[in-house]
Structure formats: structure tokens, C-alpha cells
Design a protein. Structure first.
Length: 69
């Protein structure tokens, strides 16, 4: 298996755009920004210390949950 090249991720995204992939269509239909404020209210927990890892992006986690159904 060949290691990933410098521009392989960009080429992959372009192929998804041109193939009409379902994820691209979903992003065109759904305005994910409208869920931002509501999702940020869900995570109002302050970190216990600076040693904790940074939390995942709430909107990204929401998108993953939607795609999981």
C-alpha cells in the first residue's frame, strides 16, 4: 500500500464533488450553522484542568450522529 501523498486528500474531495456523492448533497441541503447555538448550549461544562484534551467540535459530532442513523 502506498503512503498518502501531499495532495491526495484534495484529489479525494474533488472526486467526491464530481461524483455527486450523498455527503456532498447533504451538505448542500442542510444548513449546519443553524444548529450551532443550540449545540453549544448542550456543552456548557467548564474544563476541570488545563491538562484535559480539547473537546471535539460539537457540530461535527452532531453530523456524525445524523449520518449514523
Amino acid at each position: 500500500m502506498m503512503p498518502a501523498g501531499l495532495f491526495d486528500w484534495q484529489t479525494g474531495l474533488e472526486q467526491l464533488d464530481h461524483s455527486g456523492h450523498a455527503l456532498v448533497k447533504l451538505n448542500q441541503i442542510v444548513n449546519w450553522e443553524q444548529f450551532g447555538q443550540t449545540l453549544e448550549m448542550v456543552r456548557d461544562k467548564e474544563p476541570k484542568s488545563k491538562a484535559e484534551r480539547k473537546p471535539f467540535n460539537v457540530r461535527l459530532m452532531f453530523q456524525i450522529m445524523i449520518l449514523d442513523f
